[in-house]
Design a protein around this ligand. Sequence first.
Ligand SMILES: Nc1nc2c(ncn2[C@@H]2O[C@H](COP(=O)(O)OP(=O)(O)OP(=O)(O)O)[C@@H](O)[C@H]2O)c(=O)[nH]1
Ligand SMILES: [Mg+2]
Length: 335
Amino acid sequence: MKFVDEATLELKAGDGGNGCVSFRREKRVPRGGPDGGDGGDGGDCTVKAESGLTTLLDLKMQRRYQAGRGEHGRGKNQFGKRGADCLIVVPVGTLVRSAESQEVLFDFTREGQTFVAARGGRGGHGNTHYATSTRQSPRTAQEGQKGEIKKILLELKLLADVGLLGLPNAGKSTLISVISKARPKIADYPFTTKIPHLGVVRIGEERSFVAADIPGLIEGAHDGKGMGVQFLKHIERTRVLLHLIDLTDPAQPDPCHSYQLLRGELAAYSPELLQKPELIVLTKMDLPEARSKRGAAEKKFLAEGKKVFFISAVKHEGLQSLLTQVGKLLWKEAP
Ligand SMILES: Nc1nc2c(ncn2[C@@H]2O[C@H](COP(=O)(O)OP(=O)(O)OP(=O)(O)O)[C@@H](O)[C@H]2O)c(=O)[nH]1
Ligand SMILES: [Mg+2]
């Protein structure tokens, strides 16, 4: 599954501070030499990659970024302070393009890489730089350069390994929020999730996979009902599916039926989806109502040759063995 996340940003690097025209004033020295300091450089707009992030969503909230201007130089050879840099943090995997030409300016492949997307203006020289043997009292100083103004397009492509699917309210967002740092909205009404959310799930020290929480699917989804077909395409490229089922759903007293209903939607959309390795996950097992239906549900699925997992995302129960099994399917070995 591939998500493309995009954000267009307007950057303004800091202007350089002006150089200063000043002369030494000392007692008994009528005309001291020049002592005007240089202006400080303007701050840069720098983009940096960090591995904990998975989306560009935060950057869509704020589109304009401005770095600080350099201070002007002062007398007594005092240099102006450099302007504050402006740091824009993006996930690893982000591509930076020029918004005008679409040209790729930088490709973040590793954590910690930085790229100066708009450079601050150089500070101007103070009049000390202009003194010569024949011109001892220069009244000239240089203005600071303007900071660069750039418009950039950030593009992030992320591949999800595992797709969480289920009817609305099945507990998909709750699960991803306890196994990863993703924080989709959770609520007790259907269609809380309107866009897919990705989360990086760590297994042990070395391994991790990307899970995708997608909006709930309903009968007729393949025909565009509910949140529609647009999200089914997102799960086409995942390698493993987790099919979440809520035993307490009043509209679905029979979990096998709700399972088949969703499988039917997948089949109608693309029969290949049925070939993907999947795990059936019965959720909300901390609720007495779910627990009372546990035995019967397990038997029913077993009769169809299906093994099921029981979890309570809220109580963090059953998650370890579920994730271990996901790891086995992804890597064909114990993680
Ligand atoms: N008791 C209990 N409630 C849960 C558990 N998991 C989810 N819920 C509740 O079930 C409701 C739906 O949870 P969500 O995680 O938003 O469900 P979803 O599948 O993402 O729903 P949509 O985004 O609407 O498709 C919320 O009120 C959750 O608090 C659980 O393990 N135990
Ligand atoms: Mg949700």
